[in-house]
Design a protein around this ligand. Structure first.
Ligand SMILES: CC(C)(COP(=O)(O)OP(=O)(O)OC[C@H]1O[C@@H](n2cnc3c(N)ncnc32)[C@H](O)[C@@H]1OP(=O)(O)O)[C@@H](O)C(=O)NCCC(=O)NCCS
Length: 179
């Protein structure tokens, strides 16, 4: 499923992917690097060797419980969102999925890609019969928090030891949305 839109001077596109060619994988790794260097939102705190980031994304495409969307700005991959579907052995939580690696490279922000990715993952979750979406975010991610709250995510918990950046512990916020 593909969603396209055009902001004032750029074309934006979000696509559910099951494979990536070499160029797209490279662009996704570049976008990941840019998000890490920007310092927010990705699990990695420092730039990683290219092979490691490539291995990560290739792995995502191989795991049956994971679904990946990429966002393109003027044709170049600049953003992603991932859905972690419930594991098959967890019947009690089979109604809900986790949104993760939702980010837009700093150079591609402000064109609506983040909201398009969120919508695409939510639509897919509904289509496969899920009723709830969960996500967690560092309390320092003000733009992401604003986006999730405007889109109906309800904060149900805080964890003060959620992340450690340098020597500082950073609180995490936990959200859920009824789809
Ligand atoms: C959170 C994050 C994904 C949001 O990215 P973003 O670029 O600010 O969000 P969008 O791409 O949806 O852009 C929205 C803005 O673009 C504007 N915009 C421009 N053209 C648009 C269009 N065609 N459609 C919708 N919005 C558009 C909107 O008005 C909005 O601006 P506003 O907030 O000033 O009203 C991004 O800041 C990020 O990657 N942060 C780090 C990672 C992170 O925190 N991830 C979450 C936890 S994993």
């Amino acid at each position: 499923m593909e969603t396209r839109s055009a902001s004032a001077s750029a074309s934006v596109e979000v696509k559910h992917v099951t494979e990536l060619n070499r160029l797209d994988l490279d662009d996704l790794c570049d976008a990941t690097d840019a998000a890490i260097v920007d310092g927010n939102g990705f699990g990695w705190l420092n730039p990683q060797p290219r092979e490691q980031i490539q291995r990560y994304w290739k792995g995502v495409l191989l795991v049956p419980e994971r679904e990946l969307w990429v966002g393109r700005l003027d044709g170049t991959i600049a953003a992603s969102a991932q859905l972690q579907k419930p594991p098959r052995n967890n019947e009690a939580q089979a109604h809900s999925a986790q949104l993760t690696t939702h980010f837009v490279a700093p150079w591609a922000r402000g064109h609506g890609l983040a909201a398009m990715l969120l919508r695409a993952a939510e639509d897919f979750a509904r289509e496969i019969g899920l009723s709830h979406m969960r996500l967690d975010v560092r309390s320092t991610q003000t733009r992401a928090i604003e986006l999730y709250e405007t889109n109906g995510y309800v904060r149900w918990g805080d964890l003060p030891s959620y992340a450690k950046v340098g020597t500082d512990l950073v609180t995490g916020f936990f959200y859920v949305k009824k789809l």
